[in-house]
Design a protein around this ligand. Structure first.
Ligand SMILES: CCCCCCCCCCCCCCCCCCCC(=O)SCCNC(=O)CCNC(=O)[C@H](O)C(C)(C)COP(=O)(O)OP(=O)(O)OC[C@H]1O[C@@H](n2cnc3c(N)ncnc32)[C@H](O)[C@@H]1OP(=O)(O)O
Ligand SMILES: Cc1cc2nc3c(=O)[nH]c(=O)nc-3n(C[C@H](O)[C@H](O)[C@H](O)COP(=O)(O)OP(=O)(O)OC[C@H]3O[C@@H](n4cnc5c(N)ncnc54)[C@H](O)[C@@H]3O)c2cc1C
Length: 621
């Protein structure tokens, strides 16, 4: 209950649904079967929403976790991007018109931004929406090959609506990128409407249950009322008006998903992988520690603990950080709705930075969990390949991670520059205004405060040095853009150091808030391990300016190793505490009852390659 709050009743309801719990094994299906199976589940999910009166997004999420384990369904882009964008960017009238239909799934939508030639560089998008005052329509067009929309989830076969991001042209003038609601398919026949060429983009690394698609517009007209007009309006006569506003408001959907991905993708993915690897390591016995004694559980090998416990600590850290990120998003978004936009740059920076930092760490961590399971980890039965291929998508979608770190760095450079000019920073960057001690206070006690301070020192120093290096590059004759590029590796590292500090700080604050002393002690150990591993893995950053010396580094190593033994007795309980049901894990290795071998054998016997009458059998005969 530490994590799940009020979610459990809905999860139990979902688990009672036969269609979600049983059915064909995902691993034995072709891509088309996977997609069809997911659509059947989508329809059943929609029926369940009606039956159980599920309106609240959080309640629906509990159902989705059971209905679509470790995968994204077409409901992801619909409820995660289409509906939020309508709500955030539509006028009251537009919200009234489309949101109820979308929430009842009478229309299914997606978010159509990326093109064949451009994903990262949003200002480079080419799709045009040209206003014609005679017909009072926008004419959507794909003027080049590279302007064909490419990637949107659900576009290929499923969605009948989409929000298309396109350049608004009136009277030959380009007003920049704006969102348009576009009907794509007939509500009767589901055929694409005339003027649209669309389909699925083909097999991918993961995301088998999503029909990521392409879309080419051939002078396709949509009513004037279909431009989302909360912030900008085009009047019938073609007059363009806009509220005094930040032009980046049209990027709002991206901030929302980035903020959610930290918990939903990185936090959940890594916690599931750790659950599987740690449970399995308690079941698996191999080799001998002592002659003539039973083979030990592999979890008793220090090297296995060294692989897995830091990842367990990381899973907790990312989980807590993800929860905090969501809170911050909703808080700042409420402020923005009331006209206070001061914290938008910080929200953009922290959501970009944490999205990148946590999905990269989680992706790396899930793969480490798979390796830690030896041969059986390589089998699809472990569930780990599916978790990996879907979670690692988070490193690319919603802003490629390097690019996102650079956005975070841009904000950090702005703030640091401001501090130099006497401005006081606040929120997640207030430490940049503090006098940071150059003396390391770490002792063998390793208090959480002293550990967080070490990360604060590292982040502040790396941000300062990145800023000074940028200034030096400019002073030596490079223009600002070249200086930025020549400094970009250093900048991404400064952004990572900032996010790392933020994550340690969040974990520390969670530990401090826990009242139960026993739970507090265990979480403190995990937080210490997270921080100590962070110091050791990045030791160069901590010793470069003499902040940490060799003796202290030796203490760090010793404490890390002693924590492994301290955490060992609680390791399985710590993953059980995530409370993933077997259906959600989709893993034979991670089964709660531990019956791994028996079920691996049963599973292998079911594999389609073992069917007697197939082409292979005839060829081999
Ligand atoms: C309880 C509720 C639960 C709900 C859960 C439901 C959610 C589910 C989530 C789970 C998801 C799982 C399913 C996911 C399915 C996959 C979905 C994937 C969808 C997509 O990928 S959509 C396409 C996404 N595309 C991108 O992200 C493109 C990335 N590129 C950009 O964003 C921009 O091009 C970039 C890189 C930011 C640059 O923009 P540009 O306009 O060129 O800006 P500058 O670099 O010049 O900077 C100028 C200035 O603007 C500031 N800025 C930039 N962006 C923003 C922003 N978004 N907001 C505010 N400010 C911004 C920037 O910092 C600069 O500021 P200065 O002050 O320095 O001038
Ligand atoms: C699973 C999945 C689902 C998706 N769903 C959707 C969707 O629903 N809707 C939608 O519109 N889009 C969607 N996308 C597209 C996605 O948003 C883009 O792929 C993503 O934003 C990255 O852009 P890109 O492909 O142009 O990468 P690129 O920009 O081509 O990246 C390639 C490399 O170039 C580097 N690079 C690029 N620009 C810079 C820079 N300025 N500085 C330094 N390095 C740089 C990157 O770091 C990277 O290493 C999806 C993508 C995936 C993988």
């Amino acid at each position: 209950m530490l994590f799940k709050g009020g979610g459990l009743p809905h999860e139990s309801l979902a688990l009672q649904e036969k269609l979600f719990g049983a059915g064909p094994d995902y691993n034995f299906m072709t891509r088309i079967e996977r997609f069809k199976n997911s659509l059947v589940r989508v329809q059943h999910f929609i029926r369940c929403c009606a039956r159980y009166n599920l309106h609240d997004h959080a309640d629906k999420k509990w159902f989705e976790g059971v209905a679509f384990p470790n995968e994204v369904s077409v409901l992801g882009p619909h409820s995660g991007m289409f509906i939020p964008t309508l709500k955030e960017q539509g006028s009251e009238e537009q919200i009234q018109k489309w949101v109820p239909q979308a929430e009842k799934h009478q229309i299914m939508g997606t978010y159509i931004q990326t093109e064949l030639g451009h994903g990262t560089f949003v200002r480079g998008l080419e799709t045009t929406a040209t206003y014609d005052p005679k017909t009072e329509e926008f004419i959507l067009n794909s003027p080049t090959l590279t302007s064909i929309k490419w990637w949107p989830g659900g576009l290929g076969r499923t969605c009948n609506f989409g929000i298309v991001m396109a350049l608004l042209y009136i009277d030959g003038k380009n007003y920049g990128m704006h969102p348009f609601v576009v009907q794509l398919r007939s509500l009767k026949t589901h055929e694409p409407l005339p003027g649209l060429t669309m389909g699925d983009i083909g097999p991918k690394f993961g995301f088998d249950t999503v029909d990521n698609g392409y879309l080419q517009f051939n002078h396709f007209g949509i009513p004037r009322e279909n431009m989302l007009m909360k912030y900008c309006q085009v009047l019938k006569n073609g007059t363009y008006t806009k509220q005094t506003r930040n032009p980046k408001f049209s990027y709002g959907a991206m901030i929302f998903v980035r903020s959610m991905v930290v918990y939903e993708v990185a936090g959940q993915g890594l916690a599931k992988a750790c659950t599987i690897a740690i449970r399995y390591s308690a079941i698996r016995r191999q080799s001998e520690l002592k002659k003539s004694r039973p083979e030990p559980q592999i979890l008793d090998y220090q090297t296995q603990q060294y692989k897995l416990f830091p990842l367990l600590a990381l899973a907790y850290a990312v989980w807590f950080t993800g929860v905090r990120m969501k809170e911050i998003y909703f808080m700042v978004n409420n402020e923005i709705k009331q006209g206070h936009t001061e914290r938008l740059p910080e929200l953009h920076a922290i959501s970009s930075g944490l999205k990148a930092f946590t999905t990269s760490m989680a992706s790396w961590g899930i793969e480490r969990c798979r390796l830690a399971c030896g041969g059986h980890g390589y089998s699809a039965a472990s569930g780990l390949p599916k978790i990996y291929v879907n979670a690692t998508g988070g490193c690319t979608y919603e802003g490629e991670n390097t690019v996102m770190l650079l956005q975070c760095a841009r904000f950090l450079m702005n703030i640091y520059g401001g501090v130099k000019n006497g401005r006081r920073p606040s929120g997640s960057v207030n430490y940049l205004g503090e006098r940071i001690s150059s003396r390391c206070t770490l002792t063998s006690e390793f208090t959480l405060k002293s550990l967080a301070d070490a990360f604060k020192h590292r982040a502040a120093r790396m941000i300062k040095e990145a800023s000074e290096r940028l200034n030096r590059l400019q002073a030596s004759g490079n223009d600002p853009e070249d200086s930025w590029n020549l400094n970009s590796v250093v900048l991404t590292k400064a952004a990572e150091a900032h996010c790392h500090y933020y994550m340690v700080l969040v974990f520390e604050s969670v530990v401090e808030s826990v009242e139960d002393n026993c739970v507090k002690d265990i979480l403190r150990q995990l937080c210490q391990l997270l921080a100590l591993c962070g110091i050791q893995e990045n030791s160069g950053d901590f010793i470069q300016d003499g902040f940490l010396n060799n003796d202290q580094l030796e203490l760090v190593k010793q404490k890390q190793l002693s924590l492994l033994s301290e955490i060992r007795p609680n390791a399985v309980l710590l993953v059980d505490a995530f409370e993933f049901h077997d259906v959600q894990l989709g893993s034979i290795l991670g089964r709660f009852d531990g019956n791994v071998y028996e079920n691996l054998f049963k599973w292998a016997k079911k594999t389609p390659l073992n069917k007697p009458e197939d082409l292979i059998h005839r060829l081999l005969r």
